[in-house]
Design a protein around this ligand. Structure first.
Ligand SMILES: Nc1nc2c(ncn2[C@@H]2O[C@H](COP(=O)(O)OP(=O)(O)OP(=O)(O)O)[C@@H](O)[C@H]2O)c(=O)[nH]1
Ligand SMILES: [Mg+2]
Length: 349
């Protein structure tokens, strides 16, 4: 049997419930890719389907230049701890995607400085950084150049977290919509190889982000949580003790605010509800799952608290976006569904 051109899986005609099924022996795409592309019908979720260690092992065993695709909106969740060690010290080009989702006010140089600082803090080394926006041809040319400069005759492997935009980027490089892309994590199911301009490229399944909110909500909510257009910051002036609920997905409590502000960078389809901290528990209890929605599949919450040290500090919630807190605030407590990752960092913007 052939491999599916969209997701790379070996096709089969015997079991419609298993990955790779196609009713027609000689088709190029499996039924799942066909339905995803033409009807936005997920059929079955593969977000927990591919073992990340298996994917990484296969990448390590395959010679080639690494293009590490990183979603710039969801930067913290897209980091891969110890990536240099895991890839045996191979050269890495970091291709930052979805720059079009970040506000225009963030200049490329400032963004690049931010990325290099964060990579430094995480002890991650890369050879080159390319920042890419949807539809921007110039940045695509930069990526071609970086690949040519570093490839040394080798194949090129695109790897990264699920949903980072690997298959989308390859479609752009080949100027063809051959690979299946979707907002659902776990679209590409196996290694998928193709030649573009005389270079052999390999698309790979995303490395699962089990700590992302995206993996912890019903799939139908993804279109409300993943932003589709440039983020419009939502600004709140703060006084005293305040609390913010981001739908029913997370809560941020801020104590001792004076001449302070909190700016949210997340999908404009999410409702942010502000209250006095003293009323926050009661409001959460009363409205969780109703006014405060969507909610995560995990109903238990974990709390993280910090004193505010940086002048401008981001509270980042994996898969959801971030809030930038500035001014005088004594301490910050973040409530996230158990298992979802969060980071306190120096502000990106
Ligand atoms: N706004 C924006 N969206 C993008 C960009 N690149 C990819 N996307 C969207 O991100 C989602 C995931 O894209 P894919 O190309 O399927 O991601 P992937 O890394 O191949 O995902 P897996 O195969 O699941 O690992 C899709 O909804 C894309 O439309 C970009 O540059 N800007
Ligand atoms: Mg893919």
């Amino acid at each position: 049997m052939k491999k599916c051109k969209g997701c790379g899986i070996l096709m089969q005609t015997s079991d419609p419930k298993l990955p790779g099924y196609t009713p027609k022996e000689n088709s190029d795409y499996c039924q799942r890719c066909f339905r995803l592309t033409h009807y936005d019908d997920l059929m079955y979720s593969m977000k927990k389907g591919i073992d990340p260690d298996y994917v990484l092992d296969r990448i390590v065993n395959r010679k080639g230049l690494i293009v590490w695709v990183v979603d710039l909106f969801d930067f913290e969740a897209n980091l891969i701890e110890g990536i240099n060690r895991k890839l045996d010290g191979r050269d890495i080009i970091l291709a930052g995607t979805k720059k079009d989702l970040l506000p225009d006010t963030l200049k490329p140089q400032k963004l690049a400085d931010f990325i290099f600082t964060r990579l430094g803090e995480e002890n991650i080394q890369i050879k080159e950084l390319v920042l890419l926006s949807k539809k921007d041809q110039e940045s695509l040319d930069d990526l071609w150049e970086a690949i040519e400069d570093n490839r040394k005759g080798q194949d090129v492997i695109l790897m990264g977290r699920a949903n980072a935009g690997k298959s989308t980027l390859l479609n752009r490089l080949m100027a063809e919509d051959a690979l299946t892309i979707s907002r659902y994590p776990g679209t590409t199911l196996d290694f998928n190889e193709m030649d573009i301009n005389g270079i052999h490229f390999i698309d790979t399944p995303g490395i699962e982000i089990d700590h992302s909110i995206l993996m912890n909500v019903d799939e139908k909510e993804l279109k409300n949580i993943i932003p589709s257009t440039a983020l419009k910051p939502t600004v709140f002036q703060l006084k005293g003790d305040q609390s913010f609920a981001i739908g029913g997905l997370a809560r941020i409590d801020l104590k001792g605010c004076e001449k302070a502000s909190c700016v949210f960078y997340c999908s404009d389809r999410l409702q942010i509800q502000r209250s006095k901290l003293e009323n926050a528990d009661a409001l959460w209890e009363k409205h969780y799952g109703e006014l405060l929605q969507p909610v995560a599949t995990e109903k238990q919450f974990a709390r993280f608290t910090t004193v505010k040290k940086e002048d401008k500090m981001d509270v980042v919630i994996d898969g959801l976006g971030w809030a930038c807190i500035s001014g005088t605030v004594q301490n910050v407590t973040v409530h996230v569904p158990k298992g979802v990752g969060m980071t306190f960092r120096k502000a990106m913007i």
